[in-house]
Ligand binder design. Sequence first.
Ligand code: AMP
Ligand code: ZN
Length: 112
Amino acid sequence: MSECVFCKIVAGELPSRNVYEDDELLAFHDIYPLAAVHLLIIPKTHIVSLAECTTKHQDLLGRMLLLAPRLAQTHGLESGFRTAINTGRGGGQTVFHLHINMFGGGERPAQG
Ligand code: AMP
Ligand code: ZN
């Protein structure tokens, strides 16, 4: 069994508030939101971080990024949102399964 929290979510071994799912991607609400809306977009396959990505991940990364504006449309973020990919301990990454943080909502731009 994987020790990775996000792999456990993908496997249905941990609960999550999903907002999108397809063969390759899953998106769900962050458990400790840093903004009125804080979503996470992850690949279903385990990739540690952006630093581990190569050209073979180009399509997957493109799909992850392009999901953000689609989710914005369905989560009241038409005025805009912020994305963050924290990479490595030095980049503030705490869950070592690649993910895009997506922040928005509220009266001021999300600081995350
Ligand atoms: P970071 O690696 O800095 O981008 O942060 C990882 C994010 O994952 C944090 O915002 C956490 O609140 C979030 N997180 C950690 N565990 C869970 C979980 N079980 N369900 C949803 N979000 C989580
Ligand atoms: Zn994982």
